[in-house]
Design a protein around this ligand. Structure first.
Ligand code: ADP
Ligand code: MG
Length: 750
């Protein structure tokens, strides 16, 4: 279909003027406005869909929109739905939407998954079985055979003067109409020597000399059933032709030149029609840089407004007393993190800090120090943990750490009676409590602080942004310290936590790494429990963990309970207890306490023990159905044992059925370092899955950038964004950042 000409635009203008004069009666043209537009200016068809059925006010809106469309030279590509493009009907529009392509901009920035080299013409005589080759020649004969019901075959004989090659297509009847005897064609595909002839099954084909599908590097796009590569390529090529002029640069020229990157227009043209692998990668990097740069501009300009905070007068005396009473020396990175926090609290600007560290790196002590600082300045602190068990443990541990200091600490637990709870809330509101520990119970409406200055969020990934924000809003200029359960890859930190300052605990205080990890098929379970029996006989303590996965909780719980019964029968002489999320708080506390004290030696648990649990003596762990856990989760679980530096062993039982599953368990077995685990996780699963639903909107906005490998690019983009934010971001750039990433950023909140 031809694109709109000047005359057609003029004609449409007249029609619209008439329609307006007639009072939006759909009487300006015979057959109605919708049909007229569909025929003459198909790009604008979406603007008048269902025109005849609309009421006059809605019709007026449509006519207004059409006139605006006519007036502008081109609407920006992100405002043009693909549904209006020539050749894109309702069905194809739906297929495109499945690929996330709704507008022309989506189409233009749809990045090929890879390139296929379909160049390198070969002579038929030289072809060998199994090679992938391009041949060109004259079609001497073609035939069509119905092999059996539902299987039709088109076969052509191609002659290039050195020999014959047969192209065979299954169930592609259009090939029959598309290929004419006596004409020259190019065929590309995998050559097979069969039945004494050379064949290519389902080859890529086109007329010789076309050079679209063959004879060059052809981009291959992530596709979906019903939408072929050539069709997709055609849409992209035509849109590029048409919207070339609308592709404007957003990265400042000086920045682009500093890194030798292409302007947007050229980058988009090259990525869809690269002349070499290098050119393709340069185009991809150029587009990726642009995305990351805009994203960083967005992240950095969203930084919370200065002020609003208050400088806390940290009392060094109290802090030193706290440190002096610790049963150990802080590690250098704990010390650095603590100093950074003290600077933040004294600064008068609200702190926003991410504390990163591997399992067992000692984040809790750093958080405790922060709470001491806040309390020493006469303000309140809160620690929010994702589970009751963890909150309870924090309360116990902090109680010990803070013993003898003038700091009043309370646990806002789920098990409190109404009266107790009411009086605790009163105490908090009156400022009679300095430090409150709890789960999301902390963010309920009736929890009011007198003077909340510090909010610590433990195991950050378990909370939504909204929950963090609510806690923050319970104070004024509240200082925020979030702690990650396991390390987060640096690319992710820079994007998701772009506005945070980051402290990393890089060493683990007690010699760990003596945890041996064994991955075994479930068929070896018997042997594993024999070893467990021996360990129990030596008085050791450990966990058996069953998965409880969302969607199959009932079944999973039954499996865990059955497993517990079995183990209890199997080890009659030892204390075995069960712990899962559905148990009443007192029951949980009872089981946990008995295990802590050693009365229970074997704790059969669901993932409630995943994070944070600190029973230093535990020395073995059996993970049942290990293939059903995520990598970070597995690493967290493993962090529960060998915490006192003793020799420990983790058995992962599982028979994954996918490559991803096998890669995951192999990585778990081979990698002990949480930072390496995090990188592997990102590589194996891809950023969308790693980040979870809340953040995945973010990743889908990144079309060219790849968080699994673009760290260097991201760091440079961040530097440049920091520079421009300092100098003042030009308005168009700010708008573009908002348009492209605003929604995703808003989702993240701060
Ligand atoms: P995580 O970072 O996983 O939350 P924790 O804060 O629970 O780790 O600390 C793990 C264990 O290490 C705890 O038992 C804690 O008391 C201990 N610990 C923390 N810091 C030190 C240190 N500097 N030296 C020795 N032990 C430490
Ligand atoms: Mg912890």
């Amino acid at each position: 279909m031809a694109s709109t000409t000047g005359e057609e635009r003029v004609l449409l203008g007249k029609v619209l003027a008439l329609e307006r004069r007639l009072g939006f009666t759909d009487g300006a043209v015979l057959g109605g406005l919708e049909r007229f537009v569909a025929r003459h200016v198909p790009e604008a068809a979406p603007l008048v869909r269902g025109y005849a059925r609309r009421d006059p006010a809605a019709r007026k809106d449509a006519v207004d929109a059409l006139e605006r469309w006519l007036a502008g030279p081109f609407p920006p590509p992100w405002e043009v739905p693909v549904a209006g493009l020539p050749g894109v009907g309702k069905r194809r529009a739906e297929l495109l939407a499945k690929l996330g392509i709704r507008t022309v901009e989506d189409l233009l920035t749809y990045v090929p998954r890879r390139l296929e080299d379909r160049s390198g013409l070969r002579r038929i005589r030289d072809l060998r079985d199994g090679e992938v080759a391009l041949v060109e020649g004259v079609v001497r004969a073609k035939s069509k055979v119905k092999v059996r019901r539902g299987l039709e075959l088109v076969k052509v004989a191609l002659d290039d003067g050195t020999g014959f090659l047969f192209g065979i297509w299954f169930n592609q009847p259009w090939v029959w109409d598309g290929i004419a005897e006596g004409e020259r064609y190019a065929l590309w595909g995998k050559v097979q020597a069969r039945f004494g002839e050379l064949q290519i099954e389902n080859p890529v084909w086109e007329r010789a000399g076309a050079n679209e599908q063959t004879g060059r590097l052809v981009p291959v796009y992530p596709a979906t059933e019903g939408l072929s590569q050539p069709v997709l390529q055609g849409f992209i090529r035509r849109s590029l032709d048409r919207y070339r002029a609308a592709l404007l640069d957003v990265v400042p020229e000086a920045v682009r030149e500093r890194y030798g990157l292409l302007p947007r227009r050229e980058a988009l043209e090259r990525i869809h029609a690269p002349r070499s692998e290098e050119e393709f990668e340069l185009a991809r990097r150029s587009l990726a840089f642009e995305e990351l740069f805009l994203l960083q501009v967005g992240v950095l300009t969203r930084r919370r407004p200065e002020g609003g905070g208050r400088a806390l007068k940290v009392d060094r005396g109290l802090l030193n007393r706290f440190l002096g009473r610790l049963p150990f020396e802080l590690t250098p990175s704990q010390r650095r993190a603590m100093e950074a926090i003290e600077r933040d609290l004294r600064s008068g600007r609200p702190m926003l800090r991410l504390l990163q560290g591997d399992v067992g790196s000692g984040k809790t002590v750093v958080a405790a120090a922060a709470c001491v600082m806040a309390a020493s300045a006469g303000a309140q602190g809160a620690i929010m943990a994702p589970t009751e068990i963890l909150a309870e443990q924090h309360f116990l541990v902090l109680g010990e750490l803070l013993e003898g200091l003038p700091i009043r600490i309370a646990h806002l637990g789920g098990g409190l009676g109404r009266r107790e709870r009411r009086s605790l809330l009163q105490a908090i509101a009156a400022g009679e409590v300095d430090l409150v520990v709890g789960t999301h119970a902390l963010i309920q409406d009736d929890v009011l602080f007198r003077n909340l200055a510090l909010a610590v969020v433990d195991e950050q990934h378990r909370f939504g942004v909204v929950q963090r924000a609510i806690l923050e809003a319970k104070g004024e200029g509240t200082n925020i310290l979030v702690m990650s359960a396991t390390p987060i890859p640096r690319t992710v930190v820079l994007t998701l936590y772009g506005e945070f300052s980051v402290s990393v605990l890089s060493e683990t205080p007690r010699s760990r790494g003596r945890v041996q990890t064994v991955w075994l098929s479930a068929s070896r379970r018997e042997g594993v429990y024999r070893e467990v029996g021996e360990r129990l006989g030596r008085g050791e303590r450990g966990y058996v963990v069953f998965p409880v996965i969302e969607g199959s909780e009932e079944l999973d719980l039954r499996a865990a309970t059955a497993g517990y019964e079995e183990l209890r029968r199997r080890f009659p002489g030892v204390g075995v207890a069960l712990l899962h999320g559905r148990m009443a708080p007192e029951e949980k506390r009872g089981a946990m306490g008995a295990f802590r004290r050693g009365e229970v030696q074997l704790l059969v648990a669901t993932t409630v023990v995943e994070v944070g649990i600190d029973v230093p003596d535990a020395s073995f762990l059996v993970i049942e159905h290990a293939d059903r856990f995520g990598l970070a989760q597995l690493h967290q679980l493993r962090g529960r044992i060998g915490r006192a530096g003793q020799e420990a062993v983790c058995y992962a039982l599982g028979d994954p059925t996918t490559d991803e599953g096998r890669a995951r368990l192999a990585a778990f077995r081979d990698l002990g370092d949480g930072f390496k685990i995090a990188e592997a996780d990102l590589r194996i699963r891809g950023p969308g899955d790693v980040l979870g639903t809340e953040q995945s909107g973010f990743v889908s906005r990144l079309k060219a950038a790849d968080l699994t490998r673009d760290l260097g690019l991201l760091e440079r983009a961040r530097e440049e964004a920091l520079r421009i934010v300092e100098e003042g971001v030009p308005e168009p750039l700010l708008q573009e950042a908002g348009r492209r990433f605003g929604a995703a950023l808003a989702l993240l909140g701060v």
